[in-house]
Design a protein around this ligand. Structure first.
Ligand code: C2O
Ligand code: CU
Length: 444
């Protein structure tokens, strides 16, 4: 079954262009290869992915490979690389070690660049996976805040500015794969795998298929251990969920929508339609979804002692209305972690609104949510925290030393300071140096 790993090469050009979101309605988008989302990148587990990024924007940019366990230097943040200037090309090169639904997005001036469309899917397949479906689709959820002329605007006055910083930028133009309310046709009797990515700045998307049941089979870090039947699923900015839908009956028409979610901001929660599903004539199905998808080894017992606390809070600020903080400060340098030393972090949301917490480059397992063990095990890189709540997560820093980052994935909160850098450092010093330190000590 083992196939040879290949080199998969892509070229992404970042530029500004006009993008039609529905017939006759265009926006001034920024994106990759003149499309929103950018091209869907695909590779198999173990492949080496090479992406040449050419920047034809009028400002600097970088690409972050959200969820990929790559070397720190390829992570796309401005602490690990010089941002790519207009006219320049940068080559990203990394191995994709895990199967799953990942995505790439700008990691420079994100509140503008991502809002305008600089994101795309990166799907990593594993030929040994036992799930067989009749079709597979990727759905990238986004929204845009446009004025009556369809232009992106920045709030000019103090109060609207404070509100956008507080709530995150959420708009009324709802997009799925860069289009407004597209029609999705599928065959009756078919079962399909749908991969969802929430690429929006701040929208809490509660996936609902007009009440029809579907099964969750995967999340940020790949498959779950077994399918989980549900009727709705919250997908916060940065998160991914893979689901199995169908079979549906011929002639069935229903909407793919988001149920209201109150994330405790000034915004009024509403039910909103993102796409319309049309079920056509029946077709034979080859779908097979096993009850056991894989086994996930438990990283740590739920009572394992905590070795770090990360407190997310929001405090008043004279300049901007609100500050978004980690452990009481904005834009933090957190303590280093050592390779091979299990990390058990308690992430606390001390504020009165929700925040999706994202860790770059590593997957974690949730050991406890508000003191209770979750119902199932999963690999995550982004997790929502409700107001005044906490999660205990475990993750293992493997041998990828360098500077990493965690932050709230509401882009305006990240920008306003709810982020931290930290180092992954090699465990201890080389033996020779340690001997030296020892001798030196004795001289005193
Ligand atoms: Cu998808 Cu630093 O984020
Ligand atoms: Cu936040």
């Amino acid at each position: 079954m083992k196939t040879h790993s290949k080199i998969v090469e892509y070229h992404l050009e970042a530029s500004a262009f006009s993008w039609e979101i529905s017939s006759g309605k265009s926006i001034e988008a920024w994106g990759f290869n003149k499309q929103v989302p950018g091209p869907e990148l695909r590779a198999n587990v173990g492949d080496t992915v090479i992406v040449k990024l050419t920047n034809n924007l009028n400002e600097q940019t970088t690409i972050h490979w959200h969820g990929i366990r790559l070397a720190a230097g390829m992570d796309g943040t401005d602490v690990v690389q010089k941002p790519v200037s207009p006219g320049e090309t940068f080559e990203y090169r990394f191995v994709v070690p895990d199967a799953g639904t990942f995505w790439y997005h700008s990691h420079a001036n994100e509140t503008v660049q991502m809002e305008r469309g600089m994101y795309g899917a990166l799907i990593v397949e594993d030929s040994t996976e036992e799930i067989i479906t009749d079709a597979e689709r990727v759905f990238i959820i986004d929204d845009m805040k446009l004025d009556a002329e369809g232009a992106f605007t920045k709030p000019r006055w103090f109060i609207p500015r404070v509100v956008e910083r507080h709530d995150g930028r959420q708009g009324d133009t709802l997009l799925i794969n860069g289009k407004e309310n597209p029609t999705i046709q599928m065959f009756a009797g078919h079962r399909e795998r749908w991969r969802f990515i929430n690429a929006s700045s701040a929208r809490y998307f509660v996936l609902n298929l007009a009440g029809r049941e579907f099964s969750i089979v995967g999340t940020d870090g790949g498959l779950l251990e077994s399918p989980r039947p549900v009727r709705s699923q919250l997908i916060t900015p940065g998160e991914r969920f893979d689901i199995i839908v169908g079979p549906f009956e011929e002639g069935d028409v229903f909407s793919l929508e988001s149920l209201p979610y109150n994330r405790m901001t000034f915004l009024r929660p509403r039910r909103e339609i993102f796409a319309t599903i049309l079920v056509g004539r029946p077709a034979p199905s080859v779908a097979h979804v096993p009850d056991t998808l894989r086994t996930i080894a438990q990283l740590a017992a739920s009572h394992t002692e905590i070795n770090r606390r990360v407190v997310l809070s929001v405090g008043p600020s004279l300049k901007d209305g609100m500050d978004f903080l980690i452990n009481g400060s904005a834009h933090v340098n957190d303590k280093p972690v050592k390779v091979g030393e299990l990390q058990v972090w308690e992430v606390i949301n001390a504020s009165l609104m929700d925040h999706p917490f994202h860790l770059h480059g590593f997957f974690f397992q949730v050991l406890e949510e508000n003191g209770t063990k979750p119902a199932f095990t999963a690999w995550k890189d982004t997790i929502n925290l409700k107001p005044r709540s906490k999660v205990k997560i475990a993750w293992m820093p493997d041998n990828r030393t360098g500077t990493w980052m965690y932050h709230c994935h509401i882009l305006e909160h990240h920008q306003a300071g709810m982020m931290a850098n930290f180092e992954v450092v090699a465990d201890g010093m080389p033996i020779k140096e340690m001997a030296h330190v020892h001798t030196h000590h004795h001289h005193h």
